[in-house]
Design a protein around this ligand. Sequence first.
Ligand SMILES: [Zn+2]
Length: 343
Amino acid sequence: MSGTSESFAMLTIRDSLPNGLLDCRASQIGDVLGGPTLIELGGQREAPLFVSILIHGNEDVGLGAIQRVLKARLEQALPRSLMLFIGNVAAAAQGQRRLDGQPDYNRIWPGAVDDHETPDAQMMAQLHDRVVARRAFAAIDLHNNTGRNPHYSVVCSKSPSAIGLASLFTDRAVLFRGLPGTQTASFSNLVPAMTAECGKPRSAENERAAAAFVNRVLELDHLPTEPELREPLQLFHTLGVVRVRPEITLGFGDAGAELNLDPHLDRLNFMQVLPDRVLGHTQHPAPIEVIDEDGHDVAESFFSLTNGELRLRREVTPAMFTVDERIVRQDCLGYLMETLDHL
Ligand SMILES: [Zn+2]
């Protein structure tokens, strides 16, 4: 390969690995790449696997995973072509999900409601077109969680190929249609697509799990669509995203905050939680909102407030609940789910 590169509005496209990429930490990626970069590597099978990493700059699992995958294959051809997108390089340098003033890089892919005119969104649209035009084999987006969560997949479609792809990562998947503008949502009717949520950042164990998944997909001739070819998948469905109203002060185990939530709330992730469970304390009449897939606030059907106690009204399975206030403010407190049938 020639090592040429071409630059568009913000996206740099390369056809070889830049020096230092396989050994740098996420905080050093700005020195190696300078900005968002797509690296296209040829392989034995032509239809490329598209992998995006560091779409959230503080979620370093994808970098560690891809370094493991590529280092082990330096002396050999890849079994399949790879399109590797390294997303929010500037935020990664600061260890942040996104920088103040930046859009969330997982909310501006084609189909997004907001921000679709910004240079960042145009970059994602350009990238999206290129992945689709190359008839990608699959699209994988590697993320970490800030709260305690088991590994799980997020899919936006119940298509056999998306379910088959997800089943290669782990036996838990969340079916989630409600958030336009994510990488996975943008590809869902075009390419088998999934998000791999790989637990907390800065974990070699999580990086190994993500690397094993990428290797598995790279080596496949076709995705397992028949149930007997894959592990049974426990499928969850998202009921709503939980947000704390921005004007309300928030604490976790802080009695001085207007909304004082259980400091161990993230231990409930992927557990079936029974009605009446107390999640926090507040004197505010409506401290949180729960937005369902149609965009309606359905907080009252999930939470009750009596004598200053915030309680669940019905059985739910929380996911992605975090006890990091910055993430709550930038994104959300977490999601409420229910179990669908085993697939
Ligand atoms: Zn993320």
